[in-house]
Design a protein around this ligand. Structure first.
Ligand SMILES: Cc1cc2nc3c(=O)[nH]c(=O)nc-3n(C[C@H](O)[C@H](O)[C@H](O)COP(=O)(O)OP(=O)(O)OC[C@H]3O[C@@H](n4cnc5c(N)ncnc54)[C@H](O)[C@@H]3O)c2cc1C
Length: 146
């Protein structure tokens, strides 16, 4: 099966993404890495009118360390953590955990935000391997319309 037809937008910045979400008629879905949403679309478990692609938003790719806290942007990928592209407050634990998720192609695209929000979609408690170090990071998510 293939996805039902939908409109697609790639906003240039975070503000434009929020504006799109408030203006949309019908339902919308954010797509980040597409690792979970792609199959859900193909199986027609979700049929949004509009897909808003946030993967290119630089505001969501920031990771900032403040003391022993780390704030991780929603579009940081598992691969970013595995490769040490963000600060570490865990003396290597985060890298090891990230590197154990799925396989490299998934880690290249799959994001922290998508991972947490997929758990929300399934209405279950976060159980991802990142969940084990979840208290060390915050995810800046976007509200969903529809
Ligand atoms: C084969 C395979 C094996 C996997 N194994 C593991 C594993 O061992 N451990 C693990 O933790 N994960 C695993 N995953 C999941 C992986 O971690 C993905 O990162 C995750 O499924 C979704 O991330 P994504 O960026 O691709 O999200 P997407 O597929 O783009 O989106 C998923 C959902 O989150 C919503 N969303 C995405 N970003 C945001 C945001 N910023 N704000 C609000 N809503 C948002 C979307 O609308 C959608 O509903 C696996 C996935 C696959 C395909």
């Amino acid at each position: 099966m293939k996805a039902a037809s939908f409109a697609y937008e790639r906003p240039p910045d975070f503000k434009a993404a929020l504006a799109l979400m408030t203006k949309v008629e019908g339902s919308s879905k954010i797509i980040a890495g597409g690792q979970s949403l792609g199959p859900m679309l193909n199986l027609r478990l979700v049929e949004p009118n509009l897909i808003i692609d946030i993967a290119g938003l630089s505001e969501l790719k920031q990771a900032e360390r403040s003391g022993d806290e780390l704030v991780i942007g929603a579009c940081i990928t598992h691969g970013d953590i595995e490769d040490g592209r963000i600060p570490d407050v865990t003396r290597g634990a985060m890298q090891r955990v990230a590197g154990a998720i799925a396989y490299r192609a998934v880690r290249n695209r799959g994001t922290i935000g998508g991972s947490l929000c997929t758990r929300r979609d399934r209405r279950s408690r976060p159980r991802s391997r990142h969940g084990a170090v979840g208290t060390l990071g915050l995810c800046q998510g976007l509200p969903q319309a529809g």
